[in-house]
Design a protein around this ligand. Structure first.
Ligand code: AMP
Length: 305
């Protein structure tokens, strides 16, 4: 199944206890596309960048097999820039700078050949734009959406509409609490699921991820890492692994949704091992499958005696 990814393509500046980078390729659509590309083809990226976008980065996306027909270079300005600083515990971060640049005028126009994409990933962008994308796609088998605190705060109504229309919502525990005013995840998941999505995945950082649906629930721990260099994009990378796996297997049932959550977790664990997309850029399928097996062993609960 084809995957359509819509979101931000950015340059990020990152400060973390492990070090800092001034300008590295990032953005929600970048992470989702690169992670998905390890599982499936084509991955179709709709996004916009400015006149400072490096040819090297375009080449990198192409080498990963990302289809760039919907990727627009807007010569009128620079690429979206975001800068964040992580606290010592890596769970909290402060946004130090957001320069929208050409992203301010981003209007996702889905190319004709992309409209029939079967899996649609709505990366973290203004929910009004996510709704525009949903209006343009013709036969999605699965629509998956991410969001962030900013949109919960300033575009609540549009976000509620997006959530009511998508099949899968992937958010983190803090966003779930903010969306519902409820910090208990069991209760907040119930409230969010009533808003529409068939499947809800709540990511809990180093504590793993939990999938909620009518028929089943599934929980997977985070892959245990001794050190984390940069958590930027981990959530987007999770979505990429999740969507990529479902696209590859072409069968959306309970088993494969469970596997997709594990692949999402595996990909996110690689993402955080280095700054930006550094680690994601160079993965082998052996590394991916080995981590899948390790997670499986880690959480195998034997039957009662
Ligand atoms: P995450 O760590 O999953 O929240 O994703 C981080 C990525 O989101 C970074 O690469 C940023 O470039 C991008 N980002 C930050 N703020 C925004 C925003 N307001 N809209 C779209 N993308 C953003």
């Amino acid at each position: 199944m084809s995957v359509l990814v819509v979101g931000s393509v950015a340059y990020d500046g990152i400060e973390a206890p492990a070090g800092k980078v001034d300008r590295t390729l990032g953005g929600s659509a970048t992470y989702i596309s690169v992670a998905s590309s390890y599982f499936t083809s084509p991955v179709r990226l709709v996004g916009t960048v400015g006149n400072d976008f490096d040819d090297r980065d375009t080449r990198f996306l192409k080498e990963k097999g990302v289809d760039l027909e919907g990727f627009k270079v807007d010569d009128s300005g620079r690429t979206f820039f975001w800068k964040g600083r992580y606290h010592e515990n890596m769970n909290n971060r402060d946004t130090l700078d957001t320069q929208l640049n050409v992203f301010e005028h981003f209007d996702p126009v889905i190319p004709e050949v992309y409209k029939g994409s079967r899996i649609v990933c709505l990366g973290n962008i203004d929910p009004n734009l996510q709704l525009k994308v949903l209006d343009q796609v013709t036969e999605p088998r699965l629509t998956i959406c991410d969001t962030m605190n900013l949109w919960i705060d300033i575009t609540r109504e549009a976000l509620e509409e997006t959530i009511s229309k998508v099949d899968v919502l992937i958010i983190n525990d803090q966003e779930a609490a903010e969306l519902t005013g409820e910090t208990n995840l069991v209760k907040s998941a119930k409230i969010i699921r009533k808003k529409g999505p068939k499947f809800l995945i709540i990511k809990k950082g180093e504590h793993g991820a939990h999938l909620y649906s009518d028929r089943f629930e599934f929980s997977v721990p985070a892959y245990p890492l001794a050190s984390i260099t940069d958590p930027t994009g981990a959530g987007d990378t999770f979505m990429g692994g999740f969507a990529g796996w479902l696209s590859r297997i072409d069968k959306i049932d309970e088993e494969n949704l469970r596997r997709a959550v594990v692949y999402g977790t595996v990909m996110a664990s690689f993402c955080v091992e280095n700054f930006g997309t550094e680690r994601l850029a160079k993965l082998s399928s052996y590394e991916i499958e080995s981590r899948y097996d390790e997670l499986r062993k880690l959480s195998a609960i034997p039957p009662r005696n």
